[in-house]
Write a new protein. Structure first.
Length: 230
């Protein structure tokens, strides 16, 4: 749990790894399965017939009523990216800890169509360091509760859970490859390492006011249909 908690505490300060470091990350064999819209999937099936698999660990835990608003802003771009990634032998999916029925209901609400798998009946997200039990989370979070950023509490409320239920999940990005029938993990990141999935920041960084988050880190981010019109 210590590694997982350090991600919660220092997520906003993590810098992305460089491309050369990602390429040299040693691959290691892993075994897991998940539930998808059309039923249970073994690890190889999630590749969709391709040799490379990208997974976004979307914060949507068992106690959530809806997906995290910030994670939702990230997922907004997935559907437009997928055709381009498929052309390069790459499959992109999301994985979350909530039951598949909750994920599919929320996907329809948000107007998305990308593949979303559930690790609710699997240890995959926990083994990868992106899910923990409510008991583990409470024991670990309580000593550092006053150090969490305000956006964590806002997101928990918007997701329909409390801070402990919210932090049973963490966000992140993992990469897998399949060679000669064996699946290997080649990369994983969290914190600032996922900013490449937030294109609005790249645009804001080039605007005169920049990110302009002095009033609170990421507190302005909403689900795409929840912003004030204007």
């Amino acid at each position: 749990m210590s590694t997982r908690l350090s991600r919660v505490k220092s997520g906003s300060r993590r810098a992305p790894r460089c491309w050369s470091a990602r390429k040299s990350t040693p691959a290691w064999a892993t075994s897991w399965h998940a539930s998808a819209a059309d039923g249970p999937k073994a690890r190889a099936e999630l590749f969709g017939g391709r040799s490379q698999l990208l997974i976004y660990h979307f914060m949507f835990g068992p106690s959530y009523e809806g997906g995290c608003p910030v994670n939702s802003s990230i997922a907004d771009s997935f559907d437009s990216l997928i055709p381009h990634l498929k052309a390069r032998d790459v499959t992109l999916i999301a994985v979350s800890g909530a039951p598949i029925e909750k994920l599919l209901t929320y996907r329809e609400r948000m107007g998305w169509s990308f593949n979303w798998a559930s690790s609710y009946e699997s240890d995959f997200n926990a083994d990868a360091g992106f899910s923990s039990s409510p008991e583990q989370t409470r024991d670990a979070i309580e000593p550092m509760l006053n150090q969490l950023p305000a956006v964590a509490f806002r997101n928990a409320k918007e997701a329909g859970t409390d801070i402990y239920g919210y932090l049973t999940e963490l966000f992140g990005f993992s990469v897998f490859t399949r060679e000669d029938g064996t699946v290997y993990q080649t990369y994983s990141t969290t914190g600032r390492g996922v900013e490449f999935l937030m294109p609005y920041y790249e645009f804001l960084d080039r605007a005169p006011k920049g990110r302009d988050e002095d009033e609170g880190w990421q507190l302005w981010i909403r689900r795409h249909h929840e912003y004030d019109s204007g």
